[in-house]
Design a protein around this ligand. Sequence first.
Ligand SMILES: [Zn+2]
Length: 520
Amino acid sequence: MLKAFVNCRIFDSEDTAFAIDGDRIVKTGSDEDIRAFAEEDVITDLQGMFVVPGFIDTHLHMLGLGYTLTNADLTGCRSAADVIRVLQAHCKNLNEGDWLIGRGYNEDHFDDGSVLTKELLDRYFPDRPAALKRVCGHVMTVNSRTLELAGICADTECDGGRILFDSGRVEENGIAVIQEVQPRPDADAIRAYLHKAMDFCNTKGITCAASDDFISITSDQPLVLDTFEKMSFRSDMTVRINEQCEFTDIDQFAAFLDDGYTMDVGNDLFRIGPLKLITDGSLGARTAAMSRPYHDMPSEQGYMCMDEDEIRMYTKLANKFNMGTICHAIGDEAVDKVLAVFKDEVLEGNPLHHGLVHCQIMRPSQIAQVLKQHLSCYIQTLFIDYDSSILKDRAGSLLARSSYPFRTLYEGTLTSNGSDAPVETPDPIRGIQLAVTRKSLDGKSQMEPSECLSVDQAIRSYTVKGAEQLFMDDRLGYIREGCYADFAVIDRDIRECEPEDISKASVVCTYMNGEKVFEK
Ligand SMILES: [Zn+2]
């Protein structure tokens, strides 16, 4: 059915009106053009509001987001006692013996210097297993019941991870050991989590996401894949998904390839994207692999979750199947290892969009190689809010200056934005403000200002650059005839507000595939 919208400002366009039919944009032009084209009763007057192509978040964990929204949300906690209070309230919804799952605590936000430990959890929750992920998802705190179920004792060791029995702190690959004994979600639960997360994304104007889900809450990768495929065949999705494929080991990846899957298999609702590797940890938890010890904790240097040979082995296998490889690499040591592999394995011009996810701690020589090889960069400007307050402490002033080099990357290679949700709330408008100001939302800390994006660049990092990253810019990322009718209407033109006020703007409605999927 034809629908038309007039009297609006359209990003990167002189037009003020457009019409959609079915899942596509069929005409753009002046208000007069569109009024002549469509009957009065299908026309909506947008009263001067700002229309952007549906936002594309090019790195998040949709399933993990739904799971987090369903379990105890610890993001607002300001002390360990606060965490206990939230968990106690959450327990009221649980049955006896149910796992107590939470996510989002950040000890850097604990005003009283308290720490979350096994002992504390044991005191309040002695009978049920508890597993709480730090905000970054790279560290977990668990209680004794959980350690017991996972068969962990004081001398248990873990490749590419750490399990500290006394404190209950579990890092990196240790998390999979815990996850293995947690109850496995079935297809209905996975579908419910995805709907919850997609609905949330729609409220923020997101209509497409590159998402890493295969092993984020279960190791049953085939079940997650199957659930997504069925949902896409039934058009039971309100966010297009490009899957960033992560696997528990190379055999699982080989079985996936054997089944005929590789990058670009699928449809425009669910498509297989690149191989995703997690090579190190997070800056906040000091597990990101650094070339020198942490400035604020010289006993720690972070560590690799997989070594260079393993990165190379995966990348070579993916290359054989024309599949790009993207690597989570946050510390500069991890970036070194990934770049050493990419130096040999990436073809000229980087046709498969091999890339780096996060692009945080980087030295100038590394940035130069990224630009030279035209590597894809998946940045998260939303991280600036928290990371601007810890960057100099963690990395030291010199390294801090060349880190998070977002403008250099944006102007020099293919760079798109994302949230890494549930690490951050998937909120592009807030991400645009942070890209433009590089200041924390409270205004107290700032990163190197020469790397600020312009507002237009920041909007493109969430729209057309995302579409290019996913090889979909012939049908996504523009308000243009022939493109999918994916767009968001914003209550004000964020190109005209003060940079510090951009995040006050809000999404009024969101359309995906020509359907209204959110209305305020
Ligand atoms: Zn991630």
